[in-house]
Design a protein around this ligand. Sequence first.
Ligand SMILES: Nc1ncnc2c1ncn2[C@@H]1O[C@H](COP(=O)(O)OP(=O)(O)OP(=O)(O)O)[C@@H](O)[C@H]1O
Ligand SMILES: [Mg+2]
Length: 385
Amino acid sequence: MKTANLLLALEDDVLRHDVVCRLENSERHCSFDEQNPSDWRGLLNRVSQHRPEILLIELSAIKADLANSLRAIKKSAPQTKIVALHSSDDPKTILAAMRAGANEFIHPPFEETFEAAIERVINSNTEEQRPERRGKVVGFLSAKGGCGATTLACHIAADLKLQTGQNVLLADLDLSSGMVGFLMKIESQYSVLDAISNLGRLDESLWKALVSEWKPGVGVIPGPDAFSYDSAPARDELRHLVRFMRTQHDWVVLDLGRSFTEVTAALYQELDDLLLVSVLEVTALHGLKAIAQKLRDRGEDMSKLQLILNRTPKMMDMTHEDLQKILGRPLYAMLPNDYPSLYQAYSTGTLLPANNRLAQQFSVLTTKLAGIEAPKPQRKFSLFR
Ligand SMILES: Nc1ncnc2c1ncn2[C@@H]1O[C@H](COP(=O)(O)OP(=O)(O)OP(=O)(O)O)[C@@H](O)[C@H]1O
Ligand SMILES: [Mg+2]
């Protein structure tokens, strides 16, 4: 049987004695402490430091405004459930207590109300403690400008939905020159910066209003149209936003822009994978090595850093192994060069068609990322398809 820890804030001796006896004789064996509510500041401190699961508080001991007082308690310990005790079941008092934020209201005779109320509060706590849905977060970062991070983020986000059937969010955290909204043809008045300015009141319904639907199951939140470094979000805010995103979606795909910025520094620990995209050019490979070194110097977990070589030429003057030696790490994927198809897709406002060779390589990458089995190649002349 689940137990709970309680804080009793009861002034009236008879009431106190009755409650203590009930708790001591209860089958639940709840642990409890006491704090005199006449010392209101002391009570608030106690609640905020110890964060009891349940606060049993005598309403008549609250001398100041009831709503403000209970709100102050909720603010000090948002998870604490408040059970209000009163000498009578006066409807006006009950209503005022519930409106002020009390979770339960009990009154004598306690035989009828006490155990049932504690039971309900404990059960509701168990419900709320179910783990939140935790989606996976994958970031795409260009080793230097123009390597293909945005192209990959858009295609892989769409492909994750296709291959897993799960709910995907594509978010543009390239704050200074994000192109996700443009490539996905999203016309939204809201950007990630609006989400950041509303962090305090972000919930499911506000989030739905901020995110645009690209196709069912793929939400997009673009970068801002205009950005100044004065309005750059703080590291904490970025982390808070991404943590919230992963409670709302199975997959969160982030376009992190190019090179090692404040955004990547803030978010690396939140990511499940960082896909660092380079091309076979000296400056890009130098950028890639520099970013990997920076992460190593910071003592970050290198197992989630995945290197991708994009726009790989058909003929390379070095082998795959040579390249891995230069980079000091294995390559996660090598993607072919197909500028004309991308150009055509983008100019007609779509992504690559599924039968395109580059699109098929994107799918292989998605399969690897999602840890799912690659689809078996279809035989051309099968009777049973
Ligand atoms: N595999 C590829 N083959 C050919 N062209 C590609 C490939 N991947 C991306 N491109 C092209 O390269 C250009 C840059 O791509 P993209 O915008 O995705 O890069 P980025 O890393 O996001 O750049 P930025 O630093 O500007 O954000 C685009 O014109 C895109 O169509
Ligand atoms: Mg980009």
